[in-house]
Design a protein around this ligand. Structure first.
Ligand code: GAL
Length: 962
């Protein structure tokens, strides 16, 4: 049976050979972006190609009213036609390559256009599509130009002789599913459509064909060598770099002294490539990439990736990104100390790479290739191991390399993601090496590493990464010689990722570990009228992977999540350490190339969280990898009652392209005096009311039967008691496909979400009130014996609580502390402790000790799927709703206008309705976060083991205004 073009394994027909991309030249160009006519059919077999005929008028021929409008670039499923679908590994259609379902949404696109009056009459023209998912067939003025697959790759067609001054009809039929879909099983929404630019490019006589800029740097001589190659058969030209005095013919090599390009110092030289018919502005960065002595080196120095995996995503426009959004990503990355991007899992819009060149980011450019869903059938039929598909694979490799080969930022080519192994991958690797020997090759999915220059893994745990760092890993001998990167780690799904600092310590300890790329940059939540942001399943998909698509360091609207703030701190390129009491500071320059001259150092001295003195810290210049010691000024006079600390910051000394002067790059806090002395109010005697229902202790009223605190200074207090439950995070819930139970499911099995509080005694003594309870879930003999001892001086109220576990607890506790409700307390919150954002035991690197002010609503972290969030750590005191609570136990402090149970039950943030009561948690201890949503769980030092550890906790309540 002959298959139609969309089910054919071939990459397509009719397109021109791929060539280098450039943003602009002096040749005329006409953007065809804008409003196109559009009609959607449910299947691909529509015989009706008449819309592609010359002179077709959609309005005249549209008896059924099928033709609407659509914005190009765009995805029709985000513009009211059909719906998006989300799957991670599984194909949303039966595996029968290259066949696809009959139900194959097919979008007919029509663009009518005139040429501008000044469009040149001579020469040729090409029509360029920068990205169409997943298969397109193209006609111009009734003539078929061809068809193509390879969604995130460019395709050009020669159209010169078909163009006319007016009334051109460009018709494009796009199928959602094609043979190409089998090669595009990336973990993301399936979003069909013409989602990148469509451009008509004039190709004058004597124009530039393809060109390859070779710009190497020799760190021994400080020289750069430039040669721009144009294929022999094409028109040759000249290359001019005015700043370097270079004026050479194409193909001619020239060596001059230059400043090299690096991600830290992205020095670009403006140049022009001119042939008789065209001038193309170039930006040339000189740099050399190699593996030497088992290390990835650029310009002779090893580098450390502080990277992220970036999918292209916008909550309303899907993968149709505009330049401003791309720029926003780059600026946000630079401002958060990120120095590298893996373009997971396809070449991005080419303009993004221009930005990486300009602002300085190392790029691992990954091919548009993933066949992960074949794993579900034991990799049977995997296209990358089937010669029939090899032309399609080679076409994809060539389209990526040819398009992106002139970017200084691209230092690694990646064959694709999660395709298993096969001959097709080897063929791609061989082709790429032959075409471009100047970059490294990456592919994670082949343990043999035979085709690659780096040993790359995803989600390896800390212990294994350490073994690899020491060179103690098993595996082929060849592989043990390779440098190591984590192409994915630290799954940023929901609250987290935990354990970043521990990874970074390993990267900085072992030379072989050259860093990694956090998974991933942005949550792919789709803006939704009901849910705020939709995730898998919200569009009724029969197969989906839920909110696994929301696993980014920035929220869908690109607001940084606490995970990004943490990452910025963990990967800061300057480490500031020291001894606050001795007044000494060590500054380590962790850049790979840059000195410290772009940074200004300052100090401040804080008393009880408030700055009382500050100044400039003079730090000698030290090169990359070096450190220096400096002395802080003499501290202000000692105040024995105050907590004191230094804060040292390194900020940009001048405006840069990516952040203004004063932007903080690195910081540290160095404690001087810490040791909070909790007041111990006492003296007030408890008094029972006549009816024996109430006990009054100073300003506090208790229920005489249950011992519960009912009111304090006349303000109602609800259900103050031990709390161990948290709304499980995505990391608590673990990886859906792993057979072993997640920590959250163990918590539920053991009933930690349904603990009951049995009151054993309520005793008054001359000193106060003692309440003894046993807190335990049904059907279990595990328990937490909990005692509450209350004393008061009349105005203040002291709670001393002790918790003694009974039985051998086989699971860690989510949290250990108290929870209580304050009716009508919404509003302003102040605290002295860690802030400004949330922090958990293994995500606390970025927490700054200070006095912070916020309000209850602003203290909620808007994870797309609601879960535990918002805790501020190491709190000395906090004020909310007229109540002040102080503790010497540095508890974590959480406030919210719903209960943990409501938070746990919510699927979307819109399910949470704020109530009148603010629920406050004060935790003495908390279980860490980890990254078990995809990767290792909580490290042992961050687990909250219930046994064998009796715990105690004290805090003092008092009344404040508010
Ligand atoms: C990896 C994969 C990514 C993503 C991630 C989990 O296995 O390469 O595309 O699925 O896991 O979010």
């Amino acid at each position: 049976m002959e298959l139609s073009h969309h089910e054919d394994v071939s990459p397509g027909t009719g397109a021109l050979p791929p060539r280098a991309w450039y943003a602009a030249s002096d040749a005329a160009a006409l953007s065809l972006n804008g409003h196109w006519r559009f009609r959607l059919s449910p299947t691909a077999d529509a015989e009706d190609d008449s819309f592609a005929a010359d002179g077709y008028d959609p309005d005249a021929s549209d008896a059924e009213g099928a033709w609407g409008e659509i914005a190009v670039p765009g995805h029709w499923v985000l513009q009211g036609h059909g719906a998006p679908q989300y799957t991670n590994q599984l194909y949303p259609f039966p595996l029968d390559p290259p066949r696809v379902p009959t139900e194959n949404p097919t979008g007919d696109h029509l663009r009518l256009f005139d040429l501008p009056a000044d469009w040149p009459r001579d020469g040729a023209a090409v029509l360029r599509f920068d990205g169409v998912e997943s298969c397109a067939r193209v006609w111009l003025n009734g003539t078929e130009l061809g068809d193509f697959k390879g969604s995130r790759l460019p395709h050009e067609f020669a159209v010169g002789e078909l163009l006319r001054p007016e009334g051109n009809v460009l018709a494009v039929r796009v199928h959602q599913w094609s043979a190409g879909s089998y090669l595009e099983d990336q973990d993301q929404w399936w979003l069909p459509g013409i989602f990148r630019d469509v451009t008509l490019l004039h190709r004058p006589e004597g124009c530039v064909g393809d060109f390859f800029v070779h710009a190497a740097y020799d760190h021994r001589t400080g020289t750069g060598t430039l040669r721009v190659d144009i294929p022999e058969a094409d028109v040759q030209g000249r290359v001019v770099v005015p700043e370097l005095g270079i004026d050479v013919a194409t193909g001619e090599e020239v060596t001059v002294t230059v400043e090299p390009w690096t991600a830290e110092t992205p020095r670009l030289y403006d140049a022009t490539l001119a042939t008789p018919g065209e001038r193309i502005p170039l930006r040339v960065g000189f740099r050399t990439v190699a593996v030497e002595d088992g290390l990835i080196k650029v310009n002779g120095r090893p580098i450390l990736f502080r990277g992220v995996n970036r999918h292209e995503f916008h909550p309303r426009r899907g993968r149709a990104l505009d330049l401003e959004t791309m720029r926003a990503d780059v600026l946000l990355m630079k401002r958060h100390n990120i120095n590298a991007v893996r373009t997971s899992h396809y070449p991005p819009h080419p303009a993004f790479l221009d930005l990486c060149d300009e602002f300085g980011l190392w790029v691992v450019d990954e091919c548009d290739l993933e066949t992960h869903g074949f794993q579900a059938v034991g990799w049977r039929g995997n296209p990358v191991d089937d010669d029939r598909w090899t032309p399609a694979l080679l076409d994809r490799a060539a389209r990526m390399v040819e398009r992106d080969k002139n970017h200084a930022s691209v230092i690694v080519w990646s064959l694709g993601n999660e395709c298993g192994t096969g001959r097709g991958l080897t063929a791609m690797a061989e082709w790429i090496r032959a075409r471009d020997g100047s970059r490294l090759l990456h592919y994670e999915g082949d343990a043999s590493c035979e085709d690659t220059d780096v040993y790359s893994r995803m989600y390896a745990d800390h212990a294994e990464v350490e073994r690899i760092g020491r060179g103690e890993d098993e595996g082929p001998k060849e592989r043990r010689r390779l440098p190591f990167i984590l192409c994915e780690y630290a799954h940023a799904m929901g609250n987290g990722p935990g354990g970043l600092s521990e990874y970074q310590r390993l990267f900085e300890t072992y030379d072989r570990l050259q860093g990694g790329f956090v998974w991933e940059w942005i949550d792919h939540g789709i803006a939704h009228p009901t849910y705020e942001y939709a995730y898998g399943g919200d569009f009724g998909e029969e197969l989906h992977d839920g909110n696994f698509v929301c696993d980014g360091l920035v929220f869908p609207d690109r607001t940084p999540s606490p995970g990004l703030v943490e990452y910025k701190k963990v990967v800061e390129p300057v480490r500031i350490e020291g001894d606050g009491r001795a007044g000494t500071v060590t500054v380590t320059n962790l850049h790979d190339f840059a000195g410290l001259s772009h940074l200004a150092f300052t100090w401040s001295y804080e008393k009880d969280g408030t700055t009382v003195a500050d100044g400039v810290l003079t730090v000698p210049q030290v090169g990359p990898g070096e450190r220096t010691e400096v002395k802080l000024p003499p501290p202000p006079p000692r105040d024995p009652d105050a907590e004191t600390q230094w804060t040292v910051r390194a900020s940009l000394a001048e405006d840069t392209a990516w952040a203004p002067k004063g932007h903080v790059v690195a910081w540290a806090q160095l404690p001087v005096e810490y040791g909070m002395v909790l007041p111990v109010p006492g003296g007030a005697a408890p008094v029972r009311d006549a009816a024996g229902r109430r006990i009054t202790l100073g300003a506090a009223d208790f229920d005489a039967r249950t011992g519960s605190l009912l009111a304090f200074h006349g303000r109602e207090v609800r259900e103050l008691r031990l709390d161990v439950w948290r709304a499980p995070t995505d990391n608590d819930n673990g990886m859906p496909w792993r057979p072993e139970p997640s920590v959250a499911s163990l918590w539920r099995t053991h009933g930690l979400h349904r603990m009951r509080h049995r009151v054993d005694s309520v005793e008054t003594t001359g000193e106060g009130l003692t309440v003894r309870t046993r807190v335990a879930p049904a059907a279990s003999d595990l328990a937490l014996r909990t005692e509450y001892h209350w004393t008061s001086d009349g105005g203040k109220l002291l709670l001393r609580m002790s918790v003694t576990p009974e039985g051998d607890w086989p699971v860690p506790l989510p949290r250990l502390g108290i929870r209580f409700g304050l009716p009508g307390a919404a509003g302003r919150v102040r605290w002295f402790g860690g802030g400004p954002g949330e922090a958990y035991p293994d995500t606390a690197a970025a927490s700054l000790i200070g006095v912070w002010e916020s309000d209850v609503d602003a203290m909620q972290t808007p994870y797309v799927r609601p879960q535990e969030n918002g805790a501020r750590p190491a709190v000395r005191w906090a004020e909310v709703g007229g109540l002040r609570v102080e503790s010497d136990g540095a508890p974590a402090f959480t406030v919210r206008r719903w209960t943990t149970e409501q938070l746990d039950a919510a699927r979307h943030r819109t399910d949470l309705t704020p109530g009148d009561t603010v629920w406050v948690n004060l935790d003495i201890a908390r279980h860490g976060i980890g990254t078990q949503s995809c990767g290792p769980g909580v490290l042992p030092q961050y687990e909250l083991r219930a046994t064998p550890r009796p715990s105690s906790f004290s805090c003092v309540f008092s009344r404040v205004d508010g």
